[in-house]
Design a protein around this ligand. Structure first.
Ligand code: PLP
Length: 339
C-alpha cells in the first residue's frame, strides 16, 4: 500500500532506531536524562526560545500551552478549522475550560484588522480573550504557510492587547525550510509546539518551547497529564536524529508538487476535482460532494493508494519520506483512473 493519509504514518529509518540503542539515559523526572536535556537545549537555541520541554505529542504541547495561557471561561482566538479547536477531542474545553472564537482567515493567515476588531467587539458582554492560536503550516488549508513576517505582526498586536500568542507548529519546519524564514520564533510568539512524529520521521514526541517561567509551569502540567516519564532519552535520541535530517522535508514538497503539476497539466482530461497545492507536502483534491469524494477514496484504495478525507468533499494526499519516486507514477495513474 502507498499510504498518503498523513505524514504521521512514516516508519522510523534504521539509523533513527539505532540512536535509541546507543542513547545515554537518566531519569527525566529528576531532570537527569542527558539525551533529553541535550535535545531541549538544542531546540530552544535553534528556535530562539529561553527553554523547551519534550512532550509526548502535539496535542499535549498545545493543551499544556492553553492551560498556562488561559483561565476558565476565557476565549482563544483561532481559525474555524484549526487543529487545536477541532481535532483535539474537546481537550481545551475539558482541561482549560476555554472556548474558541473563530476569526476569518485565508489559508491560515488571520487578518490583523480582524483580530483588532474582534477585541474591540469583546469589550462588553463577551468573555476575556487571553490567547491567539496560529497554526503553521495550516493543515485544513492544504499545509499552507503562514509567513514569518505575518506572525511577527500578530505578535506585536498581541503584546499591545496583552494576550498570548501560541503557535501550533506541528509542521513548522516545513514552513521554515520552504520560506527560508528566520528560525527566531522565540521573538515572535509566547509558545510554540512542533512534532517530531510527523514528516520528520521519528516515532514519538513533540517539543514545547517558551520562556523559562512558561516551561517551569509546563513541566508541572505535563506531570498532571501523566506525561512525566523516566528514561525518555530512548525516544528523544530518535527525535534528535530526525530533526538533524529535517532538510529532507523539501524532498516531500517536491513530490507533492510533481503530482500537483501533472494534475494541472492534464486538467482537460476529464478530472472531476479542483486541485490545490500550497508549497509544502500536501495535495488537496476538492470534489463536488462528499459522496463523490468517498467513492474516489475507495477507488484509489483498490489501486493500493490510501488517501484521507478532510472537510466533507476534500481528499488529501500527504507526501512523506516513505513515498519513493517510483510511487509517484503509481499515484498519478491511480488518480487518473479513479476520477
Ligand atoms: C496541525 C496539527 N496540530 C497538532 C497535531 C497533534 O499532534 P499529535 O498527533 O502528535 O497529538 C496534529 C496532528 O496531526 C496536527 O496536524
Amino acid at each position: 500500500m502507498i499510504d498518503l493519509r498523513s505524514d504521521t504514518v512514516t516508519k522510523p529509518d534504521k539509523d533513527i532506531l539505532q540512536e535509541a540503542l546507543e542513547a545515554e539515559l537518566g531519569d527525566d523526572e529528576y531532570g537527569e536524562d542527558p539525551t533529553v536535556n541535550h535535545l531541549q537545549k538544542k531546540c530552544s537555541q535553534l528556535l530562539g526560545f529561553e527553554d523547551a520541554l519534550f512532550v509526548s505529542s502535539g496535542l499535549m504541547g498545545n493543551q499544556v500551552s492553553l492551560l498556562i495561557h488561559n483561565t476558565p471561561g476565557s476565549e482563544v482566538i483561532t481559525t474555524s478549522d484549526s487543529h487545536i479547536k477541532n481535532y483535539e477531542h474537546g481537550a481545551a474545553s475539558f482541561l482549560s475550560r476555554v472556548q474558541f472564537r473563530e476569526v476569518e482567515h485565508e489559508n491560515g493567515i488571520i487578518n490583523i484588522d480582524e483580530i483588532a476588531t474582534t477585541f474591540e467587539k469583546s469589550k462588553v458582554n463577551k468573555p476575556n480573550i487571553k490567547t491567539i492560536a496560529v497554526e503553521n503550516t495550516h493543515l485544513a488549508s492544504g499545509g499552507s504557510i503562514v509567513p514569518y513576517e505575518h506572525i511577527k505582526n500578530i505578535y506585536e498586536l498581541s503584546q499591545e492587547l496583552n494576550v498570548n500568542l501560541h503557535i501550533d507548529g506541528a509542521r513548522v519546519w516545513h514552513a521554515i525550510l520552504q520560506e527560508k524564514s528566520s528560525l527566531n520564533y522565540g521573538s515572535v510568539c509566547d509558545s510554540l509546539t512542533f512534532c517530531f512524529s510527523k514528516a520528520l520521521g521519528a516515532p514519538i514526541g513533540s517539543m514545547l518551547l517558551g520562556s523559562k517561567e512558561f516551561i517551569k509551569d509546563a513541566r508541572e502540567y505535563r506531570k498532571i497529564l501523566g506525561g512525566g516519564t523516566r528514561q525518555v532519552g530512548v525516544i528523544a535520541s530518535m527525535a534528535n536524529k530526525a530533526l538533524d535530517k529535517r532538510q529532507r522535508l523539501l524532498e516531500d514538497h517536491l513530490k507533492a508538487k510533481h503530482v500537483y503539476m501533472d494534475l494541472v497539466d492534464k486538467k482537460n482530461e476529464n478530472v472531476e476535482f479542483n486541485v490545490k497545492y500550497q508549497d509544502t507536502n500536501m495535495v488537496f483534491l476538492e470534489f463536488e460532494n462528499n459522496q463523490i469524494a468517498n467513492k474516489f477514496i475507495e477507488k484509489l484504495k483498490n489501486q493500493k493508494v490510501l488517501s484521507g478525507l478532510i472537510n466533507k468533499n476534500t481528499v488529501r494526499l500527504v507526501f512523506h519520506k516513505d513515498i519513493v519516486d517510483d510511487d509517484l507514477e503509481v499515484i498519478k495513474e491511480a488518480i487518473y483512473s479513479s476520477s
